[in-house]
Design a protein around this ligand. Structure first.
Ligand code: NDP
Length: 282
């Protein structure tokens, strides 16, 4: 990979950021496409984000991705926002425009929709069931709507957050959004179950859910990618459901950022997945 004085530079801003797979991902594509460029981790404390962004822009960076805790601040700092960022109230991509403005985008919903499609999930008119009401659940609502869900049934540990999510996102989607308390009722005739909670993540308790009410034909997706196979996916596989893990979303959400920084739309390939799986195991 060449890095010349004209290299195109971008990175991921977070605090902490050392755990992020984004440098791995983008550098895989930079190498695959022979781009004269670099993508680096940018450890930036919350209180220094605005000044750091200014410096990166002045240093010629094309833009940055944002991870915890910067997505909401990036949303607030952007001069222009896409619909997905507006719906999420958060931006995971800031593109530095030549006129000095910051364009805020959110590619998580696009990434999840692409991952579900690649996993063979079609909804076309069926209801979908979503667990969680945090940032990832917001992206999931938009993705399920794009996939054609007739209704999205949202369940959350603190039920009032599910109701807030349904109310806030209703103006952005065609699907009917319904906050539910009753899992068996929410699972009835559903085409897809998506876990957008952090239950089941490495270091967190597993999701406490009995899959018996889930129709046999329903697909099951977990947004968690560490571990790659959560207890939820293991149980769903054992029952014969089509399953989709969270690594697909991570890879597909990065593709529009790469295109914005380097001008090439990259492909999600088995080689990329293998490299990221190895990084997760390390
Ligand atoms: P948030 O902290 O914003 O939300 C966490 C959600 O999980 C809340 O709905 C919370 O419920 C729920 N929750 C936490 N613990 C439990 C539990 N023990 N039982 C039931 N529900 C629980 O996190 P995010 O939305 O940002 O992330 C959620 C998950 O999605 C994470 O695992 C993250 O890694 C993953 N993710 C994956 C991405 C990918 O590219 N694959 C992208 C973004 C996120 P409550 O409101 O009641 O507290």
């Amino acid at each position: 990979m060449t890095i010349s004085a004209k290299a195109l530079c971008a990175g991921v801003a977070g605090w902490p950021v050392a755990h992020s797979l984004s440098p791995r991902l983008h550098n895989h594509w930079l190498k695959a496409h022979g781009v004269d460029g670099a993508y680096v981790p940018l450890p930036i404390p919350r209180e220094h984000l605005a000044v750091a962004l200014k410096g990166l822009r002045l240093a010629g960076f094309k833009g940055v991705n944002l991870t915890i805790p910067h997505k909401e601040a990036a949303f607030a700092l952007a001069h222009k926002l896409d619909d997905a960022a507006r719906a999420a109230g958060a931006a995971n991509l800031l593109v530095f425009r030549e006129d000095g403005t910051l364009e805020g985008r959110n590619t998580d919903a696009e990434g999840l929709a692409a991952s579900l499609r690649a996993g063979g999930v079609t909804l076309s008119g069926a209801p979908a069931t979503l667990l969680g009401a945090g940032g990832a659940a917001r992206a999931a609502v938009l993705a399920l709507d794009v996939l054609g869900a007739s209704e999205i049934r949202i369940l959350n540990r603190h039920r009032e957050r599910a109701a807030t999510l349904a109310n806030e996102l209703a103006p952005f989607v065609k699907a009917k959004l319904k906050a539910c308390a009753d899992w068996p009722a929410a699972a009835r005739d559903t085409g897809l179950l998506v876990n957008a909670t952090s239950a089941g993540m490495k270091g967190q308790p597993a999701l406490d859910l009995n899959l018996d009410p889930l129709p046999q034909g329903a697909a099951v997706c977990d947004l968690i990618y560490n571990p790659l196979e959560t207890e939820l996916l293991k149980n769903a596989k054992a029952r014969g459901h089509n399953t989709v893990d969270g690594l697909g979303m991570l890879m597909y959400q990065a593709a529009p950022s790469f295109a914005a920084f380097y001008g090439i739309t990259p492909k999600v390939t088995p080689a990329l997945r293998t490299e990221l799986e190895q990084a997760l195991q390390a």
